[in-house]
Ligand binder design. Sequence first.
Ligand code: AR6
Length: 165
Amino acid sequence: MATIEYVLGDITAQEVDVIVNAANSSLLGGGRVDGAIHRRGGPEILAECRRLRAGHYGGGLRTGQAVATTAGRLKARWVVHTVGPVWSDAEDRSQFLEDCHRNSLAVATGLGATSIAFPAISTGIYRWPVDSAARIARKAVRDAEIDLIRFVLFDQATYDAFARP
Ligand code: AR6
């Protein structure tokens, strides 16, 4: 069983094997956590994303899927990029958010990682309500076969939603 931690902070500063990026399907960068990871990790990450787009991921990465690259200058060994669902009032896309967590874990353990850090996927630009995202994320990782899962939350309200007993 994994140890699950919740910390208030910046995911780019974490010393874990894998940092998960809340990316978009282009894999070519974006704002918020995606922007921070590419900025701090340096151009090697984008270079590898471009190679992925030139190869197997020519059409981009689908919502809920996950793929690894180097972590560049970050302290982590790999960045696992996943695409969260955009919140919709009209349809339930929870399964995609669950898939992001499960597929990121599968990629990480496939690489031999023993520790992983997740941001609050979809709760920023993609507008997913934080309480719902926290519930889905916590449930999705509950039975993971990895030593350490750390949720790194960027503001107090998000931290409170995730760390709630
Ligand atoms: N460390 C940890 N969490 C962070 C950091 C950081 N350095 N910076 C922001 N957050 P978002 P999304 C939090 O918008 O909703 C990008 O443009 C943030 O406060 O980064 O999945 C992608 O390219 C929020 O709680 O991701 C996509 O286009 C959480 O990370 C789109 O945004 C997620 O917010 C993805 O949107």
